[in-house]
Design a protein around this ligand. Structure first.
Ligand code: ARG
Length: 398
């Protein structure tokens, strides 16, 4: 077989079946690419072997954990990125990175087609395919689940007929996607939006528990990047991993929401992102101390736009790049330390320290050291409120 397809391979039922399915449908050989973005669970060696056992010509496993943390999670942290004010973009951040490495593999193996196991109803198909097109517009895309109706039942039948080394009974009732930035759980009984999440679906967090002792953490940032936790130097990846552990033990970062997908559907999503939520909480607070008011106000709009763009699959867009230039500029003074108490589902900042602080004790205090001349305020308010006063007077007259 000379023509080849590069497949985003997870090791699960759908993409394992996809290997043989793609061969049958297209006559092309499959290069399976599995990415380690810190999802944990099964070891990557077994995943690599399974792809070969399912008929892949090549099976590649890539450790992308550091690249994901540095190049994708860190920009998201600097942007305090929360889609619809809540979702830290877990899956949305990983897809462009995986796509990038698939495009690299396509070049290396002279493949002309790339493939993924997404359905036609979600955001991930968009994120993959917009990224493929941005990186190499000559590549064709084939998505068997969407393009040739490879349904769950057909996939199970295919796995059984072909004796694929995959336990079809182990397939979870949920659709789960996870990486070091967090974990997404959908479908199953959660599709009834009145049903509350059960403890069973969580893996990164323990249930919030007031009877557990609180955990206090010190996080140092340099230009918006976490560099030390409790005095220990950390990489971005380590910072996320440590905070996943510690904030997760306190039940922080559980999110249950109905979300607006790009394809127009509202969907029920349960997330857990203890590290992401704890780090964003600390980072935001340090920005509050070190970023000038007008910049800070403007950045809030930028943050929302950034989150929407990335959610919508436009990671490789010129606007994301341009917004990142603004965000990085704003991060320059965001250096200092945050003390945070984590307890029973809540991350609460209790202290902040920075050589770049814009907080002035002498201006803020009501004590004798006060250097603020209160007589300035009277004239300021007269002029500041003038247009509102004039317009209101007019409206009362009419
Ligand atoms: N709704 C989230 C998003 O669009 C999570 C998607 C998770 N993907 C999955 N295959 N379960 O980013």
């Amino acid at each position: 077989m000379s023509e080849k397809v590069v497949l985003a391979y997870s090791g699960g039922l759908d993409t394992s079946v996809a290997i043989g399915w793609i061969k049958e449908e297209t006559g092309k050989g499959v290069i399976a690419v599995a990415a380690d973005v810190g999802q944990g669970g099964e070891d990557m060696d077994s995943i690599q072997k399974r792809a070969l056992a399912c008929g892949a010509e090549e099976s590649i496993v890539l450790d992308l954990k550091n690249e994901f943390a540095e190049e994708y999670c860190l920009p998201a942290l600097k942007a305090n990125a929360l889609y619809m004010d809540r979702y830290p973009l877990v899956s949305a951040l990983s897809r462009p990175l995986i796509a990038k490495h698939m495009v690299d593999a396509a070049k290396k193996y002279s493949a002309n087609t790339v493939s993924h196991g997404c359905t036609g109803k979600g955001n991930d198909q968009v994120r993959f395919e917009v990224s493929f097109a941005a990186l190499n517009s000559d590549l064709a895309v084939y998505a068997p689940v969407r393009d040739s109706a490879m349904t769950r039942d057909k996939a199970i039948a295919f796995a059984e007929e072909n004796n694929l080394p995959i336990d079809v009974t182990k397939k979870s009732p949920y659709s789960i996607d996870q990486n070091v930035w967090g974990r997404a759980v959908e479908t199953g009984f959660l599709e009834d939006i009145w049903n509350g999440p059960i403890e069973d679906i969580y893996a990164y967090t323990q249930a919030p528990d007031t009877s557990k002792p609180a955990d206090e953490v010190l996080i140092k940032f340099e230009a918006g990047k976490p560099t030390h936790i409790d005095g220990e130097k950390v990489s971005m990846l380590q910072a996320i991993e440590i905070m996943n552990e510690r904030a997760g033990a306190q039940g922080i970062g559980r999110i249950d929401m109905v979300e607006d997908r790009l394809v127009g559907i509202k969907s029920r999503e349960v997330y857990e992102a203890p590290g992401a939520i704890a780090l964003i909480t600390a980072h935001r607070e340090l920005e509050g101390v070190t970023v000038e008011r007008e910049v800070a106000r403007f950045k809030r709009g930028v943050e929302q736009r950034w989150a929407e763009l990335v959610y919508d699959g436009l990671w490789f867009s010129p606007l994301r790049k341009a917004l990142d230039a603004f965000i990085n500029e704003v991060q320059e003074p965001v250096t200092g330390e945050i003390r945070m108490k984590m307890h029973a589902g809540v991350a609460q900042v209790t202290g902040r320290k920075s050589a770049n602080s814009l907080y002035s004790y002498n201006l803020a205090t009501y004590d004798s050291e006060d250097t603020y001349d209160q007589s300035w305020a009277k004239g300021f308010i007269e002029i500041f409120g003038m247009t509102t006063k004039i317009a209101s007077d007019r409206d009362r007259r009419l």
